[in-house]
Ligand binder design. Sequence first.
Ligand code: SF4
Length: 479
Amino acid sequence: MNGGTDTCLLHCFVMPLAAPPKDTYPAAISHVHEGSPAYSAGVRAGWELLRVNGEAVTDVLAYRRELERGDVMLLARDPLTEEEVTFTASWEDPGLEFSEVIFDGLKLCANKCEFCYVHQMPKGFRKSLYVMDDDFRTSFLYGSFVTLTNLSERDIERILDENLSPLYVSVHTANEDLRRDMMKWWRLKVKDPQATRIRGMLERLAPIDLYTQMVLLPGRNDGVHLDETLEHLASYDNIQAVACVPVGLTDHRRNLPELRPYTPDEARDVLRRVHAFQKRMLQERGTRFIFASDEFYLLADEPLPRGDAYEGFPMLENGVGMIQDFLGDALPLLPTRLERPRKVILGTGKLFAPVLERAVAPLREIEGLTLEVRALKNRTFGEVTTVAGLLAGRDFLTQIEPGEADLLLVSPNVLKYGTETMLDERTLDDLRLGLKMNVEVGGTNLAELAQAVLTGVGEMHLPQFGFSTHAVKEAGRQH
Ligand code: SF4
């Protein structure tokens, strides 16, 4: 939340020690803006928001909705001293920022999908990586995909009443029996059996814009099932786009249904169907509507579509158009030689390495620059995992020799959002120490990468995606 600047000394008063009401969802306050009503009332970071207008608030959306009423009374508490403060704000921002956007606990999924990434993660990572978030509120706020199977009637009404649009929905298939078989929901966790019927849910959410995805499993929901699902989804005006991505697998599948990756021929069949449907949709709707993830093109060894064929990259987070987006900006003017010779390693996953190799070819002309694209095996999840974003610190430490280069550049997508920490809690400093070389982030496009190669200074702005962890992103992709 952004804080307001108005002071509000007259609005607040301090209450003596009192137990908080039972029906609250204490919202941890991470920051209080100076000069705001909350600040003037004595509320500080570390306190909790308990109530707004006498009501418990479940999430930041409900909080904002209360603020829209104009005059609000807020109750906050210091959890250490249990001091409580009530203060008011009138058509102004109270000045609070929160650690989390959901106050009453994330809504977890009610499924046991045979392709779930969380179920095939190695043990030992931080707990948050195993959280099976399936919350429509984070879908609206951050664009994470939800299955809808855990919704209650009240949730659906809230989505419609508050116009939580757009939402991001994992459809996988419009064939109800096949969807149930692929997703295997837990009967006791499903609040409303109607919510498991994807066709009915798409009908109910007709006023809401939807971006949808299909995780494709070879021989399962592709082929004619893919055609039929696309046909069905295209019959809704509110469905904006469909992304299809291949199933992601690790070497840690234990006691799970047998699944295998796509063969090049199978990937080509998916692309053939996608392209045929795109052609038709361009004529009928003026949009390609369906987009295949980059991974399908790389698996099929087929050329990627041009950048403009992604129509503004609406499904970038699904890996749809990431490569063209990365290659998009022109290279800066390159020098003919470096003042001081330098060896630079670009550490990436096996899937992206050949593309990067071709993209950085012009830099190889620079005298004094030794540039190597290092295709790292993923020893954390297993070699079947080839995307760069799932490389952990240990993958760099075990496949690059200490001191063998002056600079290592890594993708920002290997870092936990907004931090310098990787999947296995190792940091960029750990890599610098272990590899005895400078380690920087290579930026989010080719121009930034070239700049980092030339200057040795990385682009430390945040990863372009709003996922909190790679696995959460990956799990989100799999929903
Ligand atoms: S893929 Fe997503 S919806 Fe399915 S079981 Fe895993 S976390 Fe739940």
